[in-house]
Design a protein around this ligand. Sequence first.
Ligand code: IVH
Length: 715
Amino acid sequence: MAKRAQKTDQSNGASQADTAAEIARLTAEIARHDALYHRDDAPEISDADYDAMRRELDALEKAHPELVRPDSPSNRVGSAPRDAFGKVRHAVPMLSLGNAFSAEDVSEFEARIRKFLSLTPDDDLAFTAEPKIDGLSIALRYEAGRFAQAATRGDGQEGEDVTANVETIKAIPKRLKGKSIPDVLEVRGEIYLGHDDFAALNAAQEAAGAKTFANPRNAAAGSLRQLDVSVTASRPLKFFAYTWGEVSSLPADTQSGMIATFAGWGLPTNPLTERCASADDLIAYYEARNADRAGLGYDIDGIVYKVDRLDYQDRLGFVSRAPRWAIAHKFPAEQAVTRLEAIDIQVGRTGSLTPVAKLQSVNVGGVVVSNATLHNEDEIARKDVRVGDLVRLQRAGDVIPQVLGPAPGNERGPNSKPFVFPDICPVCGSHAVREVDAKGVADVVRRCTGGLVCPAQAKERLRHYVSRNAVDIEGLGGKQVEFLYETGRVMQPADIYTLAARDARHSEPLATVKGYGAKSVEKLFAAIEDRRTVPLDRLIFGLGIRHVGDGTAADLAGAFGTWDAFRAAVDRAVADGLHTADGKPTEAALEFLSLDGIGETVVAALISFFEEDHNIAAVDALLKEVTPEPFTREVATQSAVLGKTVVFTGTLEKLSRSEAKAQAERLGAKVSGSVSKKTDIVVAGAEAGSKLTKARDLGVQVLDEQGWLDLIAES
Ligand code: IVH
């Protein structure tokens, strides 16, 4: 994996454009890794690295909500890989809507329009008002009245071709009926799932042990974007038409006329759509819907107002990505009060411990909620929510229901006590820790350290161990690992190597299992045998230690050379810890910290991992089965710098830093990041600073770049 310079937080100077570019890069990288993982079963990076990337993006998004991209993984819904569907370019872009949050905003909206159109207060200006459906927008293309293509909104310019999925939705007519249907008609609207259907779907998912959806919108999106269209067909998706894209001839000259015509052609339209003659009428409509929305049977998150006359719409046009002639008047999030019965801790596949509120079931705006998120340990403490409390919870659009805090009037009995977040993983009993960053700030997420043994993570770890950049066992992909794990055949990496011997005695040998067969089993066992000798860096990477990606693993392997040397250094670090009592790195930690590319985060992660008895047992068992191949870069056996420890500092002119490092290592030198008594040579480029001073203080040999080049030219 390519290493990349750590970007510092934008608060210390990176420009908005840099941050936006970094967000774009991370978003694209995460999408690529999602696809590798979910679609190809061929992850390229460890969970730890993936997770770090997600957290990096989350932090940037939190600091810059205005830069969150529409394709952010935080917004992503559904399970299908992003590039599984063909692309459709929208002939007319699919725009979004501006928002109004108050009656005042609505008056201003009206005033802006009157001004733009030069209308006097006496001139008529009618609007339509209709619910804003909380689903996903879709463009349906009809040619000569027949359904021809369906595309999602995507980025507004280009969406995904979901024609095959939409074909299966009964609520969408495949043939329009009636007269004067344009040759080309692109109807746009919202696909959604009703409350009852959502509840039934989640109940069925739960019964089947499948993942449940947080809200009807996610369920609708997940149901539509399915590679297997029979899944879409089994979900009772609904549709409302509310606007249009490309149309060969317009059948009406008002918004309300268009919607009525759509209805006449057999397209579902919202019966609550009304024509309003004034802004006051709009507000009255809004209030009425806000009062009865919980009983509608589907989620709406506001009211959309549109100028009724299409000639006005044309004149008003668009500003940035939203029409001037329409606006969404948002509803406040729906809230309810209920009893917090328990706080469960869920362990994610990367070991994160997440608190989930178990609630007395309550109806929040039409949806029955019995689980909600409590975010993390600090949030529980900050809100001081306790088991037994009456709590206020909120459900807003796409957001997972969340507990806001104790409800007004909550009374506590004598037994009420603050929630104590566990520091032991509830699944495997390993320690759960909060990482502390270089500034001493603890991560909000507590994580299980029993990566190799924790059932919540073990499958992921196994997948990682066998993956291409790790030990790379051919024929052992994600699906096979899943099966071997679920049937108890392989629970941790060591078991892979004893599989063949155990299989011979198994009541159901693999060769008799559907989908295997004698030949493929033979091949699999041969591939496993082939990997009894594993390059040291791949083995270290394969352990799936947090923050130890393949680059870091190679750095560690390169520095220590053998497993035993690496392990001994780790054990010293475990014994001594990261810091001394006065906050300085310990000698043992310095052994790592003096290596190029290894910082405190990595050392802390190594300590956490090798502190855990469960992990040690799993690693020891593994080392009984595999032989780590000592790490050898192609290194010269004779050179002027063989065995010397070299530090590069300052700006080099002729060589890049990484080139200089690689060159030195090829010649058998050890390249270190910091100057100590053990340093033999410091190569100082332009503007070398404290390292040069230290070298001089310690009496270490100092060379300039040319001096270094001359020295190695002798080799
Ligand atoms: S009209 C040119 N009407 O809201 C804009 N949009 O926030 C045309 N939406 O992407 C949109 N209900 O997915 C319109 N009755 C409604 C709607 C509606 C939901 C969605 C739509 C759009 C988003 C904008």
